[in-house]
Design a protein around this ligand. Structure first.
Ligand SMILES: NC(=O)c1ccc[n+]([C@@H]2O[C@H](COP(=O)([O-])OP(=O)(O)OC[C@H]3O[C@@H](n4cnc5c(N)ncnc54)[C@H](O)[C@@H]3O)[C@@H](O)[C@H]2O)c1
Length: 397
């Protein structure tokens, strides 16, 4: 069977889908990005990525010019592609529960578009067992479609290099699906690891939970040191210097964003809500803004002060505000402080942000919430709270 296109990515204009689509198109494949976000589609087709991802823009423009890549809202493209990759979001709800049905029903909605001979790759971080459910639902349609789960493992901001550097985890139940997914990802990487879909689903959730817990232990150790009047960074440096068993202890800081928290909660839900460390880590990481403000309230009369928050993205050098703890900090400060001013050099989606100069001129206390490099050198007479130690002045609060 011959197909007009190599690849369609559902959710192709998102943070995972777009870098992947651009990387595959750069490798010579013909790719279509299927999405429902019309402004993102327009922006991609004009060669302008709808979010910040270093290194993507030149590649995107090259692929558009050479006709290997385009974004569309027409689901009709699905039937013309040999491989369909799903990069839809997999959020948790307000009760911290995953909603696999939403993901499944979106795929089912495309069910009559699939055709015999296709490979369907699930790339989203799914609730364990979802790959099997997709396989079963595809089988019910009677179509001969191979299914594989190949988790996206990039970190935002490093996508364009990591897509080519990271080994690919391939979770497939049949030799055919395994071989086809392998051949696909060999366009990007020379190393693949083959496991079952369930092992691949857990490999992804274990990785993100592990990372989230590393940040949690760092944040808890920071709080312990700080409560004893000691500087966590000095201790961390002493512990890790030429001592590999402690050198991977992270700095303190807001551990947030659209993946780590969500995936730790997905793993907890999968294990019947029995993931004590995961839930404890969540309480520590999500509690850090409250801890900071409790400590600051002991030193400052916040109710009479204008407080400036520097960095609203969930991490350094990013414009992504999804699940950013900067906004939790802001909401609490709006109750406790006289005034709150927020700024970020990258975030363009928040109309309430002020220019950095205004915040520096007016704030009586500054908190670095996202460690964008630009904040390392700010000059201010106001005290600067820097739990990341971006400025190298220590992290005591
Ligand atoms: N963001 C990352 O760096 C990253 C890294 C690893 C894994 N992941 C995982 O990848 C998945 C996607 O995350 P994301 O950050 O890219 O989310 P995202 O919200 O940035 O992207 C999802 C895209 O899907 C589109 N979409 C929604 N409904 C659609 C539909 N019915 N048809 C077509 N398109 C539709 C949205 O418009 C959006 O562009 C998640 O499971 C996430 O956990 C993300």
């Amino acid at each position: 069977m011959s197909f007009a296109l190599d690849l369609v990515i559902i959710g192709g204009c998102g943070h995972a889908g777009l870098p992947l689509g651009v990387a595959f198109a750069e490798s010579g494949l013909s790719v279509r990005l299927l999405d429902v976000n019309s402004s993102a589609i327009e922006s991609v087709n004009q060669g302008s990525p709808p979010f910040r991802e270093p290194g993507i823009e030149a590649s995107l423009r090259r692929c558009l010019t050479q006709g290997r890549l385009a974004a569309t809202d027409d689901p009709g493209v699905i039937a013309s592609a040999e491989t369909v990759v799903v990069c839809l979001a997999t959020a948790i709800d307000e009760h911290l529960n995953p909603d696999p049905n939403r993901f499944l029903s979106t795929i089912e909605g495309f069910g009559d578009r699939f055709v015999d001979g296709q490979l369907l790759v699930l790339r989203s971080t799914v609730f364990p067992g979802v790959t099997r459910l997709v396989e079963e639902r595809i089988a019910l349609t009677g179509k001969a479609v191979d299914v594989a789960f190949c988790p996206e493992r990039i970190a935002e901001g490093n996508a364009m290099s990591e897509l080519r550097e990271l080994p690919e985890v391939i979770g497939a139940r049949t030799p055919a699906a395994s071989a086809r997914a392998d051949a696909l990802f060999r366009h990007l990487t020379h190393e693949t690891q083959h496991v079952s879909p369930e092992e691949a689903e857990l490999a992804k959730l274990f990785s993100n939970s592990w990372r989230y817990l590393k940040f949690a232990i760092a944040n808890q150790l920071f709080m312990i040191a700080n409560d004893f009047g000691l500087d966590y960074e000095r201790i961390r440096n002493a512990a890790g210097y030429k001592y590999p068993r402690a050198s991977d202890l992270p700095s303190a800081g807001f551990a947030a964003g659209p993946c780590l928290f969500k995936d730790t909660m997905q793993l907890a839900a999968f294990n019947n809500n029995n993931f004590m460390l995961g839930h404890s880590g969540m309480l520590i990481n999500e509690g850090l803004p409250v801890y900071l403000l409790t400590r600051l309230s002991q030193r400052f009369d916040l109710a009479k002060m204008t407080v400036g928050i520097l960095g609203m993205a969930f991490k350094a050098e990013s414009d992504d505000v999804r699940s950013s703890l900067s906004y939790k900090l802001k909401r609490i400060l709006q109750v406790r402080a006289a005034e709150v001013l927020c700024t970020d050099p990258y975030v363009e989606t928040d109309p309430d942000l002020a220019p950095l100069e205004d915040v520096l001129a007016r704030a009586e206390l500054l908190i670095i919430a996202a460690p964008h490099r630009v904040y390392a050198d700010i000059v201010s007479t106001a005290p600067v709270v820097d739990i990341w130690n971006l400025r190298g002045d220590g992290v005591r609060v």
